[in-house]
Design a protein around this ligand. Sequence first.
Ligand SMILES: Cc1cc2nc3c(=O)[nH]c(=O)nc-3n(C[C@H](O)[C@H](O)[C@H](O)COP(=O)(O)OP(=O)(O)OC[C@H]3O[C@@H](n4cnc5c(N)ncnc54)[C@H](O)[C@@H]3O)c2cc1C
Length: 105
Amino acid sequence: MNTIETDYIVVGAGASALAFTDALISRTDADVVIVDRRARPGGHWNDTYPFVRLHQPSATYGVNSSTLGSDTIDVTGVNAGYYERASGTEICEYFDQVLDRQLVG
Ligand SMILES: Cc1cc2nc3c(=O)[nH]c(=O)nc-3n(C[C@H](O)[C@H](O)[C@H](O)COP(=O)(O)OP(=O)(O)OC[C@H]3O[C@@H](n4cnc5c(N)ncnc54)[C@H](O)[C@@H]3O)c2cc1C
């Protein structure tokens, strides 16, 4: 059996866990192990229907170290005139990048 030594173990790789871990490692030298029963980060967003979107603007969601979306106002569709709101697919792709680029050292 292999033993892993770490400072923190975070259960879950959803939005809450990734925001916590992102903030923790940006301010400390802590080592973190994240475990999730799912094979991919993003938590419940992995299971959403394609039409499901955030209720709030994308740029105000996610982890501190990386902006979700491009912080622009939609010009077409039912959200025209409002700040873009990411879909579940876009959120999961964003969390993939956060994990690969920011969190995995
Ligand atoms: C349609 C919709 C729109 C939403 N819009 C917004 C919005 O605009 N703004 C907002 O702030 N929130 C919004 N939410 C709420 C959303 O739930 C949260 O933003 C966030 O995604 C929740 O993340 P979480 O990490 O707390 O939970 P989850 O996404 O549920 O992630 C928890 C993770 O922990 C894992 N896990 C749990 N227990 C264990 C265990 N024992 N062992 C291994 N793994 C485990 C699970 O597999 C899962 O991947 C929305 C929700 C929905 C459904």
